[in-house]
Design a binder for this molecule. Structure first.
Ligand code: AMP
Length: 395
């Protein structure tokens, strides 16, 4: 069965055509600058095409993607009828969804009602869903939520210590994100550990970064909150800070609340501290050339990760495996080393040589006698979306 995986952003659309039964990926692509001018990157049969194509709305972008899948020398299917289901990544499922669902009117209404909690993402997802229903009226659409995996968190993790009515009336609580990645990676780790009642900590370290405490396959706590702003130091997001900073700076710099949220989301994090870039590779290079602010940014990033590892290990009363994933987690051996150094008291013993090996497969990088395993597990959110979609429509 072929499943089209879609991730519709405000001005972009990522797609992947895959067979979830065999895990074979037929084609991948990215439509960028939707509503501006339009650019396509499409990869199939080992060929990568980059083309500027007009994409005034998401509708043209989806049509272009479908065209490239079904026509030309690198076509991978004869007709869109071969696409048996469409899996949509949806960032916010609130408290409505603790698993993936087949999309109907009620699901669309619920995703719409969550727009105040995900103002950048949910509107784009709805546009993507509605266009697919229009272009392929007989093909089922499935929603896979970033928040669903974290719905198992206990109240002690998801509640903020603010008056309870604001949880009841306004749904102010921690939701967590990157759920499909945390699910995939912790599940792989569970298989690698082959142990009942496993205690796993996942470090999803990309431009957006978050951590997850997983007990026996269930999310117990995670570092992102009501929005993806909470937690680790990220590419351009501040992560944790004293909320009083906001009011103080808004007064000092005469900023509105929107400007403040944009400042914390887009101008802070590694970019804000280093003043160089949000891209860790550039910051590492600058730090190696002696740039002090770049060194501080890296130290802050690693120290925050370490704090979360220790607090999660404390709540879990131990840890069987620490997993690294996403762009930084999978590739930056320097970061993994800085994070693991000093955690020997938790039974964490990194093997420096194994840590340096580059591979795109899941692997163990701890010393043989390390009590706690250290895994690098390449994440695969598209596979989770395709797999959930397949499970819901196969019957
Ligand atoms: P993602 O959002 O998962 O695509 O991850 C993007 C982040 O991964 C960026 O900060 C990149 O600089 C970082 N990254 C990718 N490859 C490497 C590498 N080899 N060394 C250090 N950072 C890397």
């Amino acid at each position: 069965m072929l499943v089209l995986v879609l991730n519709a952003g405000s001005s972009s659309l990522k797609y992947q055509l895959m067979n979830p039964e065999t895990t074979e990926v037929k084609a991948t692509g990215l439509c960028e600058r939707i509503g501006i001018d339009g650019r396509l990157i499409h990869e199939a049969k080992g060929h990568k095409i980059k083309k500027d194509l007009p994409m005034p709305t998401h509708k043209e972008a989806i049509k272009i993607a479908l065209d490239f899948l079904t026509t030309g020398e690198d076509k991978v299917i004869e007709s869109i009828d071969e696409i048996k289901a469409i899996g949509h990544r949806v960032v916010h499922g609130g408290e409505f969804f603790n698993q993936s669902v087949i999309i109907d009117e009620d699901v669309i209404e619920k995703i719409e009602s969550l727009i105040p909690l995900a103002p950048l993402h949910n509107p784009a997802h709805i546009i993507g869903i509605k266009i697919c229903r229009e272009l392929m009226p007989n093909t089922p659409n499935i929603a896979v939520f970033d928040t669903a995996f974290h719905q198992t968190m206990p109240a002690s993790s998801y509640m903020y210590a603010v008056p309870y009515e604001d949880y009841e009336d306004h749904k102010v609580r921690k939701y967590g994100f990157h759920g499909t990645s945390h699910y995939y990676v912790s599940n792989e780790a569970k298989k690698m550990l082959a142990k009942e009642d496993s205690k796993v900590i996942v470090c999803h370290l990309g431009n957006g970064s978050s951590m997850c405490e997983v007990r026996d396959g269930k999310s117990i706590d995670t570092s992102m909150g009501l929005s993806p702003l909470e937690g680790l130091v990220m590419g351009t997001r501040s992560g944790d800070l004293d909320p009083a900073v906001m009011n103080y700076l808004m007064e000092k710099k005469n900023m509105s609340s929107e400007e403040m949220i944009s400042y914390l989301n887009k101008k802070s994090g590694l970019l804000g501290v280093s003043g160089i870039s949000s891209d860790l590779r550039e910051i590492i290079e600058a730090a190696e050339n002696g740039n002090e602010r770049a060194k501080t940014a890296i130290d802050m990033k690693c120290s925050r990760i370490k704090k979360y590892i220790c607090s999660y290990a404390g709540v879990l009363e131990g840890v069987d495996a620490i997993c690294f994933t996403a762009g930084i987690g999978e590739n930056a051996d320097i970061i993994r080393k800085k994070v693991c150094n000093g955690l020997e008291f938790l039974g964490v013993e990194l093997d420096d040589e194994k840590n340096k090996i580059r591979d795109d497969k899941s692997r163990e990088i701890n010393k043989t006698n390390s009590k706690t395993k250290i895994y690098v597990i390449p994440t695969n959110e598209e596979f989770v979306i395709a797999h959930d979609t397949y499970e819901l429509v196969k019957a």
